[in-house]
Design a protein around this ligand. Sequence first.
Ligand code: HEC
Length: 127
Amino acid sequence: MKLSLEVKAIIIGSIAGLTAVGIPFASGGMLQPKAASMSGATEGILVPAPGTQAREGYTLFQLNCAHCHGSDARGDEGPDLHGITRSAASISTLIRNGRKGEMPKFRDKLNDSQIKALVAFIKSMGD
Ligand code: HEC
């Protein structure tokens, strides 16, 4: 009897826990960039509107590129990517193939539509 009450309490407890975790998931919380990366680190960058190709690119950028180009894309180890004049084709070739000794290649890691999204994001940034 005592045991089954405990078991019940554990079950109820974990349902409550799951519900609490489930709320941010259900409200799309997981699709938004982390709150921490929205403040401070990404200050000075215009985050593209949710649901756009540029927004997907922004998210991919934070995951794959920000550690070199800065989370605000203002440059760190790699150059500032604001206002670059290269063509979309040239940017995607560079992302695909990288540059020896400078930048890794991403063709094995990112698919064409992800690379397109990154280009859209880079092109969406002003100066
Ligand atoms: C290991 C660090 C590193 C990573 C990771 C990295 N880059 Fe770079 N990137 C560089 C460096 C260094 C250069 C400059 C290369 C040169 O000029 O020869 C560069 C150059 C560029 C350029 C050309 C800039 C210009 O003005 O012509 C673009 C565009 C670019 N990176 C985009 C990206 C994107 C998008 C990603 C993520 C998918 C990425 N980079 C990941 C280091 C990095």
